[in-house]
Design a protein. Structure first.
Length: 227
């Protein structure tokens, strides 16, 4: 766990698909938003794009030109559809206990998420671990989303921690690329539905099934952060 010196250390977490079980909901509500706008987009393509900001997701799936014309309206439709689930969001197994465990061992726990506003509030209510969270870098705080490193860099700035003293935990290739770009060690979780091989290729230094599996590993002496 933390080293014997006094340097502060940060455990930075993505939220959607990493701590809260939302990825399938995002897929369905994006699919419906596209359908309502007359676009047939396969759900497997949407799934691989979850974790990107709305405009970047639309650009990846429909192209830059279409995104310039429709990203705002499609994003609003998705937000309205997804908002119907705010009161029913559930944390992934072990998520809150993992954050509390790390905070109790002296780590600064910071969230780095593409969510903002009411969506972020709903995620934090579902997680129910505010006492363990030092700060949050949300979509409202950065100019570029993942896979750009800015969300992770903002999280480190809020924690007052250098990259070499931090680890980033996420569930998508966009998370791994953002963490790697920010110069931190990266841990991937499989609960977001992305294959292990893709996560490792994108920069994951270690891979676990879900927050509960990571917590169990930490409690039994797993190297943290991973080498």
């Amino acid at each position: 766990m933390p080293s014997s010196d006094d340097r502060p250390r940060a455990a930075v977490f993505d939220v959607d698909g990493t701590l809260v079980d939302t990825n399938a909901l995002h897929v369905v509500t994006w699919w419906e938003a596209f359908r309502q706008a007359g676009h047939a987009v396969p759900t497997h393509e949407i799934h691989r794009s979850v974790g990107l900001r709305s405009a970047d997701l639309v650009a990846r799936l429909l192209g830059e030109e279409r995104a310039r014309e429709e990203a705002e309206s499609l994003g609003a439709a998705h937000k309205a559809l997804y908002g119907q689930y705010f009161g029913r969001l559930e944390p992934l197994p072990g998520a809150a206990d993992l954050l509390r465990h790390l905070a109790g061992d002296g780590w600064h726990v910071v969230l780095a998420t593409s969510a903002g506003g009411q969506e972020l509030s709903a995620l934090r209510r579902a997680l129910d671990a505010d006492e363990a969270i030092k700060a949050t870098a949300s979509a409202d705080d950065v100019s570029e989303g993942k896979p750009a490193p800015e969300p992770v860099e903002q999280a480190l700035e809020l924690a007052g921690v250098r990259p070499e003293n931090a680890v980033f935990v996420g569930d998508t290739v966009w998370d791994m690329r953002a963490g790697s770009g920010a110069g931190v060690r990266c841990v991937a979780l499989l609960c977001g539905g992305i294959p292990r091989e893709d996560l490792e290729e994108a920069g994951a230094d270690a891979v676990y099934a879900d927050p509960a599996a990571l917590l169990a590993a930490l409690r039994t002496g797993a190297t943290w952060p991973p080498e």
